[in-house]
Design a protein around this ligand. Structure first.
Ligand code: F0G
Length: 434
């Protein structure tokens, strides 16, 4: 098989291929890095037996069924995720809405802006799409325990899927830097929650070493099966758009697993002839955690990790693990990377929340990114854009309350609670002012 081939022959088994040295490994390999050179692995599937319209109609026919795993917005696309028979560990997940809100579109300056709300997954973030695939792979390969490092959402998701599979889960999270909703989920779903004195980058190093030395299955997005599941955000979005690709797909970026997944999904759909136009991928980082955006500005001639700091704790990552995969995505899609300030993230979040949609802080980086890219002229006013909201508003309730009640200077969109006496007169006074 050629080193760049996207699919192997029809009827073959899915394999894992190293993106650095090209070595090929069987489905059953559970190391999430190449045993030869430690490079990142990617999954190569057999070419689907069905082609073009027939394949799309098979995907379409599975929508809204209640038959086993096909009700899932991930497993509906199983020919391109994990072909073949076998049990899956599925909630189900996916089937998230693609929505338009005039107030958010107007704020971003792009009239056709659509929002793909991945916060509507079972544990409240897009991670469930990757986790159903990774935990299914863990079960099929006989794992006895699973682990991940996390800024919060990955740990919440792994905890839930491991519980469903009956596998013990170890999650490594940075002390004091995980939003309340996420830590609550990890504890509630029964994961062994390890609070690490260090940041996310330290957690990931520790999780990788522990996995290598103790033989625990690693479920971070360096795991190529996570990428396979997360590709379905793009598959489902395009299915919702009648397989008409938008001009831009915009997403928040931290460890760069999702950017990698989006690029792989688009490359495969294009190679299969299921889309004719390649959308441009815009990855958005927080200014205090923007090594990938800095590298983009130098044409990817530099690669400098940073000590990350941002209110958007989900993307507080200074040394993204899926770097090489993501560089390829930005190049292949003629994409871009930019950084937005914490103020811009909080402002965009307040607009998204006030539209009744809601999202967690990191997710709002996508809309803040569209607004910044529109202002700089990178995105045109008539371009079609899908921005991905990656997590639910209730993931980080503390920051919401701080923003509306306590932040100084008072943010422009603060909705301060109003203390009143228990009298109708006080209620009337508030109504008058509203
Ligand atoms: N948005 C949210 C809500 C996230 O939780 C994450 C990553 C991202 C965006 C960035 O995605 O890492 O694939 O570039 N959260 C990880 C975690 C790191 O541990 O939950 P990425």
């Amino acid at each position: 098989m050629s080193r760049d081939a996207l699919f192997s022959a029809e009827g073959a088994a899915s394999i894992q291929r190293c993106g650095s040295c090209g070595a090929e490994w069987p489905f059953t390999l559970t190391a999430s890095a190449c045993p030869t050179c430690d490079g990142l692995l990617e999954v190569i599937h057999p070419h689907p037996a069905m082609h073009g319209a027939a394949l799309l109609s098979r995907f379409g026919g599975r929508c809204c069924t209640h038959h086993g795993s096909e009700a899932s917005g991930v497993w509906r696309f199983r020919e391109l995720v994990m072909p073949g028979e076998g049990a899956v560990v599925s909630h189900p997940e996916g089937n998230t809405p693609l929505m338009h809100r005039a107030s958010i579109a107007e704020y971003a300056g792009v009239s056709s802006l659509m929002l793909k709300h991945e916060g509507r997954n079972p544990t409240g973030s897009f991670k469930d799409r990757g986790m159903t695939a990774a935990v299914t792979h863990a079960v099929r390969t006989g794992a006895t325990a699973v682990a991940c490092a996390s800024t919060g959402n990955t740990s919440a998701s792994l905890a839930a899927y491991a519980a469903q599979a009956g596998l013990p889960a170890l999650v490594f999270v940075p002390e004091g830097k995980v939003a309340l909703g996420k830590i609550a989920q990890a504890l509630a779903y029964g994961a062994r929650t390890l609070i690490v004195k260090g940041d996310f980058d330290d957690c990931l190093r520790l999780a990788r070493e522990s996995s290598r030395e103790l033989g625990v299955y690693l479920a971070n997005s360096v795991n190529p099966w996570r990428v396979e599941g997360q590709k379905t955000i793009v598959f489902e979005m395009l299915q919702q758009l009648g397989w008409q690709a938008p001009d831009w797909i915009v997403l928040p970026a931290g460890n760069l697993g999702n950017t990698s997944a989006f690029g792989k999904a688009l490359r495969e759909l294009h190679a299969l002839g299921l889309i004719t136009k390649m959308p441009r991928v815009l990855s958005v980082q927080a200014m205090g955690a923007a090594p990938f955006a800095h590298a983009f500005d130098t044409g990817f001639t530099t690669h400098e990790p940073v000590r990350a700091a941002t209110v958007a704790t989900a993307i507080r990552i200074g040394d993204p693990a899926s770097w090489d995969r993501a560089v390829r995505v930005i190049r292949d899609t003629n994409g871009a990377v930019l950084a937005v300030s914490d103020d811009a993230i909080l402002d965009a979040k307040a607009v998204i929340d006030a539209a009744g949609v809601g999202c967690e802080p990191a997710s709002a980086a996508s809309v803040a990114g569209v607004r910044a890219a529109r202002a700089s002229g990178l995105i045109g006013a008539d371009d079609s854009v899908v921005a991905v909201l990656t997590g639910h508003v209730l993931k980080d309730p503390e920051l919401v309350v701080q923003y509306h009640e306590q932040m100084r200077p008072v943010p422009p969109r603060a909705n301060k609670p109003i203390p009143i006496d228990a009298t109708v007169a006080d209620v009337a006074r508030v109504l008058q002012r509203t």
